[in-house]
Design a protein around this ligand. Sequence first.
Ligand SMILES: Cc1ncc(C[n+]2csc(CCOP(=O)(O)OP(=O)(O)O)c2C)c(N)n1
Ligand SMILES: [Mg+2]
Length: 343
Amino acid sequence: MTLTTEAGRAKHALTTMWTIRRFEEAVDDMFARGLMHGTMHLSIGQEAVPTGACMALSEGDYITSTHRGHGHCIAKGAKLDAMMAELLAKETGYCRGRGGSMHIADVATGNLGANGIVAGGVPIAAGAGLAVRMRGGSQVVVSFFGDGAVNEGAWHEGVNLAAIWDLPVVFVCENNRYGMSMSVDRAFNVDTLAERARGYGIPGVTVDGNDPQAVHDVVAEAVQRARSGGGPSFVEALTYRWKGHSKSDKNLYRTREEIESWRERDPIAAFEAVVTGGGAAGSASSEVPTLSESDVEECRTLARDRVREAIRTATAAPDADAATLTDAVYAPAGESIAGGTRG
Ligand SMILES: Cc1ncc(C[n+]2csc(CCOP(=O)(O)OP(=O)(O)O)c2C)c(N)n1
Ligand SMILES: [Mg+2]
């Protein structure tokens, strides 16, 4: 069954993408109004990658995420109110308000964590894959990372270990064309990043990252290979971030026309067109529409209501208390911070 021709899965995919979009629009707005602090990285425009990839996973499977991780969290089933509370520095947040956007982990749903270190999740994914192997389990790990991560040492070490040990890991690159202001055209001497896989003796494939069905299909095949002992794979998903890299980006390294051309390829609008029978390039579009206009409206409304409810619940929660700031923060035993001692 596919995302585009089976109504239940089409609704799930659409609701997930809208939830990511609405969540990030809301936090963008709250940040601008001074209600959130620190920094954050938005994945608006990239929603099809985590949605398609996570729909290829089973319960119990794992992911590792990145600094741009809200979409991964949501697609893997995180609680929106605990995510929102974390960004609002509330005691009820995933890290009790101490970590913020780049440190959300949700072990209950198999999300081994966002990571402020570019490519930091890659060796963690290899380690999780090794743990699965040693325990005789059947879980698979999807490791999300950006194009910039592919030139990091940790990426090469993690991918190589997974390859030589045949670990059950699927490496999913969200190639959004830039690592901060560095374009992939200047950072790579290969035509596709998927070519890098060959150097490690694993399959590598490039896919339209704005098409959740296409992402789902290649990740599902890679997951099946990993689960049956066939080792890791590399999936390069071509996509684009609509917003700046983080909160201080003036977009000086790319043109307005380029951004506009990608906005016209909105993954959510394209998916809606396919499932309602409007058709879109490359998809197994149905003569019979999978969803009606009212189904689509229902998904949009559900996403909007979920995000509103998360804002309401998180806003009402108690602020993280500065007096207990070092509680639950790991540091070597015996050292003291701010006069207190903790193990
Ligand atoms: C090891 C490391 N080097 C540099 C940085 C600074 N940094 C943060 S995000 C980023 C760009 C990452 O680009 P990419 O992997 O393509 O992910 P994207 O931001 O495009 O999602 C850089 C260089 C970092 N956080 N960690
Ligand atoms: Mg990038």
